[in-house]
Design a protein around this ligand. Structure first.
Ligand SMILES: [Zn+2]
Length: 326
């Protein structure tokens, strides 16, 4: 490339038509995944001050939320079951106390055109608030896998197209793949939370999903925030075990990993823009420091540019409604 004055990069941006023609990435609502919290009961809808704009609803109300999102182009949903009761080992996830299966059935029946993903973890169901079964005060990997795989099968049988195990247990993708295949659920995708960091950015979510650990923290199984190579090993191990989509969580502080993963794997990649990332934008917008929707668009474009195919975000519905108005 010959230097200035022959090369004039500004030529590429001279007018709106050129900028539009040469745009490398777009914010498309079909690539946003909306998290949905399912609570027990009937006819219930509630908001949470820690996650402004997010509605938690009972299973019978979830199809209305989904309908609203479908109307503005959101087609993918990640559902979380929030039970009325907890149990020591979290088996309550497999019982009628867990409102998730009913929500999956209700949505799939009315809207078969959706992509329905189910979060599969035990932290909302165990009395300890940990993601697995405790043995002598420590989360036991292999005992946790038994309940996780049973939960994944239940979610798939209830209508989930995708199961999303988030417990960060070794071998969880392989065990779940085997369990699904044995039950004739070979068509169900697995989207593990592959590189899930022990992040401080989950705080608002833990309120919404009622999943804060009662003691200790999750550093014995989630990734150290300082480690990129170790995270890459987790991603590649999940691919080996049979994952269909790999996920990185949180999103923006781990753009380096997203970009590296894009180079190392041909699988689709999902980035989870978590509750703390969402809350920061919301709070700054509330204070009048920035234009919320424009900032959200810029943040999500950075994720697509780095290599994400899907962005899971609490902003999904609001951004889609804003895009639909334009
Ligand atoms: Zn968990």
């Amino acid at each position: 490339m010959s230097p200035y004055p022959r090369t004039r990069l500004r030529r590429l941006r001279e007018n709106a038509a050129l900028r539009e023609a040469l745009r490398e990435n777009s914010l498309e609502t079909r690539r946003l995944v909306m998290p949905v919290f399912v609570i027990p009961g009937r006819g219930k809808e509630e908001t949470d001050p820690r996650l402004p704009g997010i509605i938690r609803a009972s299973a019978d109300r979830i199809p209305y939320l989904v309908e609203r999102a479908l109307g503005v182009g959101v087609i993918s949903f990640l559902l979380f079951g929030v039970p009325g009761k907890k149990s020591p080992r979290g088996e309550v996830a497999l019982s009628g106390e867990n409102p998730l299966p009913a929500a999956l059935k209700g949505v799939k029946q009315r809207f078969p055109e959706t992509v329905l993903a189910a979060d599969v973890c035990l932290c909302s169901f165990t009395e300890s608030g940990h993601c697995g079964v405790l043995v002598e005060g420590r989360v036991d990997n292999d005992r946790t896998l038994e309940i996780l795989s049973a939960y994944a099968v239940l979610a798939a049988e209830s209508g989930a197209d995708v199961v999303a195990p988030s417990a960060m247990m070794d071998g969880m993708v392989q065990i779940i793949r085997e369990a699904l295949d044995e039950r004739g659920l070979g068509g169900t995708l697995i989207m593990p939370y592959s590189a899930k960091f022990a992040s401080s950015l989950y705080a608002p979510f833990r309120e919404a999903a009622s999943s804060a650990p009662v003691f200790g923290d999750r550093r014995g199984y989630q990734l150290p925030t300082a480690n990129g190579r170790e995270a890459l090993r987790e991603l590649l191990a999940d691919e080996e075990e049979g994952a269909d989509i790999l996920m990185i969580k949180p999103a923006l502080p781990y753009l380096d990993l997203l970009s590296e993963a894009r180079r190392r794997t041909l699988l689709p990649l999902a980035a989870y823009h978590v509750s703390g990332e969402y809350a920061m934008v919301k709070a700054a917008a509330r204070e009048g420091h920035l234009e919320e929707m424009e900032v959200a668009e810029e943040l999500f474009l950075s994720l697509f540019r780095a290599g994400a195919d899907l962005v899971i975000t609490y902003h999904a519905l609001e951004v889609a409604e804003w895009r639909a108005r334009q």
